[in-house]
Write a protein that binds this ligand. Sequence first.
Ligand code: GLC
Length: 798
Amino acid sequence: MKPIVTGLLMVLGGLTGAAHGQLSIQLGNLKKTTTEVNGVLLTTEEAQVRLIPYGQEMIRVRVTQGKPAADFSYAVVGKPDGKLIKLSENDQEIVYSIGRISVTVNKSPLRLRFTDSAGRVISEDDPALGISWMGTQVTNYRKLFPDERFIGLGEKTGGLNRRGSSYVNWNSDVPAYALDKDPLYSSIPFFIGLHEKLVYGIFLDNSYKTFFDFGASTNGRMSSFGAPDGELNYYLISGATVADIIRNYTALTGRAKLPPLWSFGYQQCRWSYYPDKELLTIAKTFRDKQIPIDVLYLDIHYMDQYKIFTFSPEYYPNPKETMAELKKMGFRVVVIIDPGLKVEPGYQAYEEGVKNNYFVKYPDGTDYTGSVWPGPSHFPDFTNPVVREWWGNLFRVYTDTGIDGYWNDMNEPAAWGQNIPDLVQFDFDGHKTTMRQAHNVYGMQMVRSTYEGVRKLNPDERPLTITRATFAGGQRYSTIWTGDNASYDDHMLLGVRLVNSLGVSGFPFAGPDVGGFVGEPSPDLIMRWLSIGIYTPFLRNHVDYNHNYREPWIYGKENEKIARELINQRYRLLPYIYSAAYGATQTGLPVSRTLAIDYSFDDQIYRSDFENEYLFGDGLLVAPVVSTQKFAKVYLPAGGWYRLSDDTYYEGGREILAEAPICDLPVFAKAGAIIPMQSVIQNTTINPDEILYLHVYYGKELSVFTYYEDDGISYEYEKGVYLKRRISFNPSKSEIRIGEKEGSMTGKFTRVKLVLHGFPAISEMTVNGTRAGVIKESEKVQSAAFGWTEQATEIKWK
Ligand code: GLC
């Protein structure tokens, strides 16, 4: 056997650490294999390794020392349902298959190697180091492939490609975080590895302060991940493409629910709009100026002394009337809620919490107290189902007042000083634990309580729920925003990467504070940021208490015009955005998609000048540009691309120099893209005119778009009350086909205006066999109009 290095000691591979008094404990040799209901148990001198298939593409590796704890997860909703078949065994190894992937178990020492059906290695343990422990800390060292890249891990700073970096997960309140700050607010211990045209995902289901090293400081030898405590419990996720990995990961941890349509409109926030008259004035100004908007926010000043579930008698004396007035103007209102409840006798939520032991406690039975906005506060134990139910019911105050959305803040949880003692105790759904394990799921469980409570209280309307802190699987309950960012260009670009990374990590609905929360953006920066925001799933402008107002009219008449036109564009795009959002709920594919999803092995897209580019939906490429630059190098991946603002065509697979004036961010439609749009509306309570503008960009290959519409408000779509159509463009047959309607809803539109970009001149067009007139709109654009009926419609041309 070859000598290997572990820490400072030279040891023999395969011999256990404990036996040799080592500084770390090694997994050891395979002693026994036992068939279990859901897979196989491999026992070594030091541990038990369970291989558990989840379908044919995912396998769970659960490594425990001693007696395993109860099998419990806040993240996973998938069930073990596959078959593990033993393919072969000899003295050195056993080979199992679950369908798409095989696992080779090296016996001495126990190491795992995952291969695809063609026998190519997807991922494997480092042959020497494998899995090891130091005290309760467990780490899995894995082979680093020479060309391996890593994406994902949720809300993490740094580049699109995480190779060469290391990260920890510990949800943190990090105001005005630096560009390289880690950790931020949420923890999603899931990443995707890419090498030699192969992709795989690893989800480490452990909520302790997990750590990930993507080949930082190891001279290309290995990557690793692990946790200071708990199990090494990970899922190896396979698939042919990055999109497959995301689909599988979100089948495992659940998919986002469809947020209401209004939450895709423009949202205006400030810390804080008060008193009520100010909020109403802001609302009225938007309407007077004809700048479309759907949502206004109430930050902490709406409360009485920052007490959640109360309204300030001074600033919001008649909240019901105020909300009703806003409703009349077509607004939705979202309130902020924090977990910390003010310690104040007589305050009902506090009293109930103390009396019923709903707050997290020290081991001596006293309630933990930390200071937040209201001063000394107690913190509900959202990991207790009884507390979740109680919390959820408290929202009646809001639902009765006419509030529509809930902005879950400070739920890392944050307390001044930012260091809540580790020994604070949690129920953890009956699996009692301390802050060390509960911390990273606290925010997720808070917004879960909020979401489930509100859903019960108001079963007819979908709320908007937003959270700052969350954990893997938190997408089932909420949208996420990227916290207290800052007003400068590089932070704007970081925000794009954060949203894109959240997107590959299961969170399809995310956004930053447009303009930067802390700071004074220049007029150019705010306009540029807004222009990127238009192409971001969650579009909210927000600013902190100490900085100037940030509404679109603050920056002079010219910029007001630019802002209006940008927001108009957002509203025109709503049918496209909402269809993409629906798609995300079905496949997990995010609305903002880093190019690493569709162009995974194109080296160019990882370059620092191009890593911020992304597809918004499946048809638009957005190239974010800093506000100080009026030209930009843009990389267009393989295929054809049309500049959205002037229809100029570019062959892809190359870099171009694009003009980027503040009023025209470089955005390109993909050749073949199908983009449904509508007329501008001032808010989503107003119906657009009856024409659906169906933009199609000429391409050489068949392209398909799934159009989706529902009432935008209720849960009726879950019962089939929606309208869905497959729209395809087949250039080889000169045909566009709008499939028949699926679902029982009659949609908003009765006519289609087909807008064809870059098509060869059309001399004759038929719609279901009947001649249709074609209008030449410009050199590059032709159009035709006809009915949007419930039947399939076939458009052909010559
Ligand atoms: C936190 C939030 C911020 C909010 C502020 C006041 O800093 O991240 O968005 O405005 O608290 O509630």
